[in-house]
Design a protein around this ligand. Structure first.
Ligand SMILES: Cc1cc2nc3c(=O)[nH]c(=O)nc-3n(C[C@H](O)[C@H](O)[C@H](O)COP(=O)(O)OP(=O)(O)OC[C@H]3O[C@@H](n4cnc5c(N)ncnc54)[C@H](O)[C@@H]3O)c2cc1C
Length: 175
């Protein structure tokens, strides 16, 4: 790829636990959110306790510290958590850009379309991202504030220096 044409994406590790109540559903009826995590009840008595956000490079080995903090905080809010069984511990890497906002748009070489850097919201933003990418692949030049805010070129040294105040505009477009 040409110099400066890459989008700088780093791995942001996330750990979560899949838990199960052997006596069935009922401990929680709705999602509990807390600083640094969430506890999601499933209809079958399963629970998802997630997720850490850790800057640990490409290390995908499960690690005690993050899981301890999730369990500690969830237990403080929902003491019944300590009776749940552990089904699974999942570790994944989120793609993060320097400003943690996605990079969606045309790049170099010609014909390349970026759709990366969705950090914590890649599932949530999949339909919107797909719609924007389809329009780009179809040859459209959509005038869209969101696409503008997600321009992959914002990380190229020349453009970043020439556009003060873009971070604020990006936050507004993405919020
Ligand atoms: C624990 C955790 C919880 C999350 N929870 C949520 C949530 O609740 N809601 C939400 O919206 N998002 C959530 N996310 C974030 C979401 O998973 C990501 O934003 C999303 O997966 C990013 O999609 P992607 O396709 O860009 O990258 P990825 O899903 O990482 O896909 C990249 C793919 O490329 C493959 N690949 C890499 N290198 C190569 C190569 N050289 N050749 C071929 N293939 C390659 C990889 O194997 C991978 O399959 C969570 C992430 C984690 C880790």
């Amino acid at each position: 790829m040409p110099d400066g044409a890459r989008v700088p994406v780093r791995p942001v590790r996330g750990q979560l636990l899949r838990l199960r109540d052997p006596s069935g559903p009922g401990l929680l009826r709705s999602v509990v959110r807390f600083e640094g995590g969430y506890l999601v009840p499933r209809a079958d008595g399963g629970y998802v306790l997630g997720a850490t956000v850790e800057e640990r490079g490409f290390d995908v080995q499960p690690q005690v510290g993050g899981i301890y903090e999730l369990l500690r905080d969830a237990h403080e809010l929902v003491p019944g958590v300590s009776e749940l069984k552990i089904d699974e511990l999942c570790v994944g890497l989120r793609p993060g850009t320097p400003d943690n906002a996605p990079a969606i748009g045309r790049g170099l070489p010609e014909g390349l379309v970026w759709a990366t850097g969705h950090h914590r919201n890649g599932i949530l933003l999949a339909p919107l991202t797909a719609e924007l990418v389809v329009r780009l692949l179809g040859g459209e030049q959509p005038a869209d504030a969101l696409l503008d805010a997600c321009a992959p070129q914002r990380f190229s040294p020349a453009r970043a220096g020439a556009q003060p105040g873009r971070a604020g505009a990006r936050q507004a477009a993405l919020s």
